[in-house]
Write a new protein. Structure first.
Length: 306
């Protein structure tokens, strides 16, 4: 089974306003509501690519119920850990410039995390994959991420990890199967500015020395680069299209990559699928459709450079 974890999910309210004037009344010309959170994005993509998966999330209030209902519409299994607060609502403003206002999120108590941890302790096996993505919720610490990473290592479960600098580095000793920083985040991990392919390769290998098995680096319009656990290095380009909404593109890329890798065990095929899937979401209001992913796939070229 594939499991995604979203500690701090959200409903993303995407508002289109031609021109914004601060301090005045502004009227929208269109709105969209999107069930958000990195793990939730991954669940949606995985299901659209044909993979049954379980979305595990802390959910509360009317917004939490909305997220659950949206996932269930896509026939995604939802393991809801009920919290006392209301799941956050983020505002994504589309105007002259793209502006985001992310809410803090509801508090997660020690007891609620223990409920989630016990669930995984009981169900995980060495045939499972866990996608742990996004930031911690209020009430949580980096230790909660370490506990999940350590549990996956003990169970022989593949861990797919995509999170912040602090949380990522503390989980590396538990050998996540794959991590996916973008090139800016990769530089932040080592307090450097990344401006070349050679630097990306160098620092990706440093992360492998710290425990990561595979390192996938997204590079925006420059494409992506993968350093594998067996020493291979691949690059992929970006297909033609117009970026509509960058939210969820990285999550989609990682989910697309893993969906292919779990089927084929082939890194080149997986990177091609990941590149097409990430771009398809970037070209969409919400998470990409299978039709758009399939349309972009022939435009992706994967090159082995080592």
């Amino acid at each position: 089974m594939l499991y995604t974890i979203t500690f701090n999910p959200a409903v993303d309210l995407v508002i289109n306003v031609p021109s914004v004037t601060l301090g005045d009344l502004n009227r929208s010309v269109g709105e969209n509501y999107v069930a958000g959170g990195k793990g939730i994005n991954m669940s949606v993509i995985l299901k659209r690519l044909g993979f049954v998966n379980t979305a595990v999330a802390f959910l509360g209030g009317f917004s939490g119920t909305y997220i659950q209902s949206e996932l269930e519409k896509d026939n995604i299994i939802v393991k809801r850990i009920e919290i006392d607060g209301i799941t956050r609502i983020n505002v994504k403003l589309k105007s002259q410039e793209e502006t985001e206002i992310n809410a803090n999120g509801a508090y997660v108590s020690k007891e609620k995390f223990e409920e989630l941890y016990t669930y995984f302790e009981n169900v995980l096996t060495n045939e499972d994959t866990v996608f742990l993505a996004g930031n911690k919720a209020p009430g949580m610490t980096s230790e909660h991420y370490v506990m999940i990473a350590k549990l996956c290592q003990e169970k022989g479960t593949k861990l797919v990890l995509d999170t912040t600098k602090e949380l990522l580095t503390q989980c590396l000793p538990y050998e996540p199967f794959i991590i996916k920083p973008n090139h800016h985040e990769l530089g932040e991990l080592f307090d450097v500015v990344i401006d070349s392919e050679e630097q990306i390769i160098h620092y990706a290998k440093q992360l492998q020395k710290q425990g990561a098995k595979n390192v996938l680096v997204s590079r925006g319009k420059e494409g992506s680069l993968l350093v594998t656990t067996d020493g291979q290095i691949f690059t992929a380009n970006v297909p033609k299209g117009t970026v509509v909404n960058s939210v969820g593109a990285g999550d989609s890329m990682l989910a697309g990559f893993m969906s292919s890798y779990l089927q084929t065990g082939d890194y080149m095929t997986a990177l091609k699928q990941g590149a097409a899937t990430g771009s398809a979401t970037a070209f969409s209001v919400g998470i990409a459709t299978l039709e758009l992913i399939d349309t972009l796939l022939p435009q992706i070229t994967v090159t082995k450079i080592q």
